[in-house]
Design a protein. Structure first.
Length: 267
């Protein structure tokens, strides 16, 4: 789904850059594996563009990623109003504390895992699945920026072991990714072992972000939407619940060993 004002800007920039490169629509089309008439339709807004096309256009026109950056901007501002405050808090965070009782947290999901999770909603079209996937993967770039936040994530052992035969290869890839993430100095992942049967976190997922102003913001998810938490009393409760959840999890090294054991048990 394209945000119309930004989509118009992308089309205008595409045409400007193509003309600056002194390429006709036919010449440019051959370079990006499109016909000249298809390029004309895209520039006139008669045909939609996608991420793959813009990535090729950026490469051919040596834009430094301008067109795909504009697309990310369009996707960001096409998010529902209830989600935008949290996206901003996440982007500006110095620290992120994440817990989810049933899934790997979104910032740590592989592309294949994230796609499978999003596709589980059979009411979504393939295009909407891919759009949501692109937004989720774009959010992960916060962890690789020049001064990334310190991310501490708590996951359940049961989440790591949830895999039938068709899902097992995907989960091996996902756990391998988690092990790669913990090699980064700004990421810590702690696993709550299966023998911990109940704790306060099972009431639902939540994330806390500490911003540049030293203030905390929280985010709660549900089936239909989410809520950004910024009231002191509610934040105090969430921070206390985080400390309780974190205390149930294994230390860093033991968590890594458990993740490796899960992978080994499937090989």
């Amino acid at each position: 789904m394209e945000s119309e004002p930004t989509a118009d800007l992308i089309r205008a920039q595409l045409r400007r850059l193509r003309l600056h490169a002194e390429l006709s629509q036919e010449e440019f089309g051959k370079l990006v594996h499109f016909s000249g008439s298809q390029i004309s339709a895209i520039e006139l807004g008669q045909r939609p563009f996608d991420r793959l096309f813009l990535r090729r256009a950026d490469e051919v026109l040596t834009t430094g990623g301008l067109l795909t950056s504009l697309l990310r901007l369009a996707e960001r501002y096409s998010q529902p109003n209830w989600f935008r405050p949290w996206l901003e808090a996440e982007r500006q965070a110095q620290q992120l504390w994440c817990y989810h009782p049933t899934l790997v947290p979104g910032l740590l999901q592989t592309e294949n895992y994230a796609r499978a999770v999003i596709r589980a909603d059979d009411m979504l079209s393939d295009d909407e699945v891919e759009r949501r996937l692109a937004v989720r993967l774009d959010r992960q770039s916060v962890l690789s920026r020049q001064q990334p936040p310190k991310l501490i994530a708590v996951v359940e052992e049961a989440v790591l072991r949830r895999a039938d035969e068709s899902f097992r290869g995907l989960m091996v890839q996902q756990i391998a990714h988690l092990l790669e993430c913990v090699d980064q100095p700004n990421v810590s992942i702690h696993v709550i072992p299966a023998e911990v049967s109940t704790h306060v976190g099972l009431a639902g997922p939540f994330t806390l972000a500490l911003g540049n102003d030293s203030g905390w913001v929280g985010h709660l998810e549900n089936q239909l939407s989410g809520t950004t938490i910024d009231k002191d009393g509610e934040l105090t409760i969430l921070i206390a619940r985080w400390e309780s959840v974190r205390s149930e999890a294994l230390p860093h090294n033991q968590s890594a060993l458990l993740m490796k054991e899960v992978m080994t048990s499937w090989s």
